[in-house]
Ligand binder design. Structure first.
Ligand code: NAD
Ligand code: UGA
Length: 472
């Protein structure tokens, strides 16, 4: 049966659900798309007339929302109604790491996936294609199928139950935050895993509206689910590789940027994802690695799991060593000192701070007694407050430091003993060194953990420079 998709429902209006559905709506004007979420305030933000208040900041997103919202793109909390009328349902809910119980700290918490599947099984009508958009452990489609089948069984005596039929596809998302719209419009590939040819083709036809057929690959369900975890693990591994080499560069006089350039020009290695930094952050790399490790352990593959565990270990080590270097350079004590933090988001061009290396680095420094002046062009005070105000800091004695939110680079530099670049925002590229040197306390230090800033002029104004992966 060649199912025509006229209505899509997406469960989950987050960083993936919102932008992904916006792009589909923009490319397929004849499909009505309802993005639903339990979180009322998130939906209210998606519906805000003031487009600067959208819950997700992504370059190019607000222009699409302006074009399509209220025409063929809708955001709502009416989950039941929108599931019932959908031909295809994307599950795009969060899949964080389990906090307790079996697999705590490693396995994905699938409770939101399960609750979505239960909602679908209850409210869907007729033949519905269910698409896994969230990143899931391999074999999750089995769980979803079982929940959908059980519901059919229970409803067997009713007409509604008899009419229900589901096919499950895996269609992982590879977008990266800050570049989401471009990634969705020009993906390297679209991956569809499934068992039912017609359902695969129904989803494929949607993508064919803007993506070349050669870039759409279909596989079995398990390859598709596992490819997503593997892709993230490989990307994270590259970052840990270059970060590990950055420490060796600092000891030997090699320059990590030059090493990355030389290594990356080998076409077998490639030049992407070799940027040194304070460690990878974001909601997914660590979570997906932990999940991969958990699955390997589950299948008794201890050597494989410990191989991937090292990628996380190096990431933690890189983050920790940055705070240690800062303390060391500032004469071994931060008590009574101020440091300006430039950038709190886990990467540039996003307001997302999930797993940002800035969180742990700032906490470490605060524990050393420093007062931080934190500036980020997109991250709000409220967000930083949630990330930093853990019990330890809240209950801190006077010997522990604290933090305040500032609105500019200059405010971050004001009376500071050091400035640390933690996110590679473009505005940190060129700094007014004369002005900054006048604002800072002497001796002043500038730490660049992203190698973004042009520091050539800085020493002229007496500022000491430390750059990651360079011997100073
Ligand atoms: P998110 O937390 O931003 O959004 C998930 C949303 O789902 C939340 O708003 C939550 O309220 C909603 N939700 C949960 N259960 C629900 C239910 N039963 N009914 C209705 N709404 C429900 O998460 P995200 O960053 O968009 O990630 C979603 C998934 O996509 C994850 O599996 C993640 O690993 C994967 N992923 C994320 C990215 C990324 O860049 N953030 C990229 C690729 C894949
Ligand atoms: C990553 C992947 O790139 C996406 O393909 C994937 O869809 C997504 O995870 C996901 O599954 O959630 P994202 O986390 O949004 O995307 O951002 P990245 O650009 O991958 O950056 C992740 C972290 O690695 C950031 O902290 C970034 O600063 C760091 N990074 C990235 C480096 O330190 N060096 C690099 O060369 C690249």
């Amino acid at each position: 049966m060649n199912k025509e998709i006229k209505k899509i429902c997406c469960i989950g209006a987050g960083y993936v659900g919102g932008p992904t559905m916006a792009v589909i709506a923009d490319k397929c004007h004849d499909i009505i798309i309802n993005v639903v979420d339990l979180n009322e305030s998130r939906i209210a933000d998606w519906n805000n007339d003031d487009l600067s208040k959208l819950p997700v900041f992504e370059p190019g997103l607000k222009e699409i929302i302006k074009r399509r919202r209220g025409i063929n793109l809708f955001f709502s909390t009416q989950i039941e109604k929108n599931i019932a009328s959908a031909d295809m349902i994307f599950i795009s809910v969060n899949t964080p790491i389990k906090q307790s119980g079996v697999g705590a700290g490693k396995a994905s918490d699938l409770k939101w996936i399960e609750s979505s599947a239960r909602q679908i099984s209850k409210f869907a009508k007729g033949f519905t294609i269910v698409v896994e958009k969230s990143t899931l452990p391999v074999k999750t489609a089995n769980t979803i199928k079982k929940i959908l089948e059980v519901s059919n069984f229970h409803n067997e005596s009713t007409d509604e139950g008899n009419n229900k039929h589901f096919e499950v596809l895996s269609n992982p998302e590879f977008l990266s935050e800050g570049n989401a719209i471009n990634d969705l419009e020009n993906p390297d590939r679209v991956l569809i895993g499934g068992e039912d040819e017609d359902s695969i083709n129904a989803l494929k036809r949607i993508y064919l509206n803007w993506i070349d057929e050669s870039q759409i690959i279909s596989t079995n369900l398990w390859s598709s689910e596992l490819s997503k975890l593997t892709a993230n693990a490989f990307l994270a591994q590259r970052i840990s590789s270059i970060n590990s080499i950055s420490a060796l560069c600092e000891k030997t006089g090699a320059d990590v940027k030059e090493v990355a350039l030389a290594v990356g020009m080998d076409s077998r290695i490639g030049n992407k994802f070799l940027n040194v930094g304070p460690g990878f952050g974001g909601s997914c790399f660590k979570k997906d690695l932990l999940n991969l490790i958990y699955i390997c352990d589950y299948y008794g593959l201890k050597s494989v799991s410990s191989y991937w565990q090292k990628v996380i270990d190096i990431n933690n080590w890189q983050r920790n060593r940055i705070s240690r270097i800062v303390v060391e350079k500032l004469f071994g004590t931060l008590s009574g000192k101020s440091i300006g933090i430039l950038g709190f988001a886990f990467k540039a061009n996003t307001n997302d701070t999930r797993e940002s290396p800035a969180i742990e680095i700032c906490k470490d420094l605060i524990e050393e007694g420093v007062k931080l002046q934190i500036y980020d062009p997109k991250v709000s005070f409220e967000n930083i407050e949630i990330d930093l105000n853990n019990d330890k800091i809240k209950n801190s004695s006077d010997s522990l430091g604290g933090w305040c939110y500032v609105n500019s680079i200059e405010d971050a530099a004001n009376n500071a003993d050091a400035l640390i670049v933690l996110t590679e925002w473009m505005e940190f590229k060129t700094l007014d060194w004369m002005r900054i040197s006048k604002l800072m306390r002497s001796p002043s230090w500038f730490f660049d953990t992203r190698l973004i800033t042009d520091t050539e002029q800085a020493s002229k104004y007496g500022i000491n420079i430390w750059k990651i992966g360079k011997d100073f």
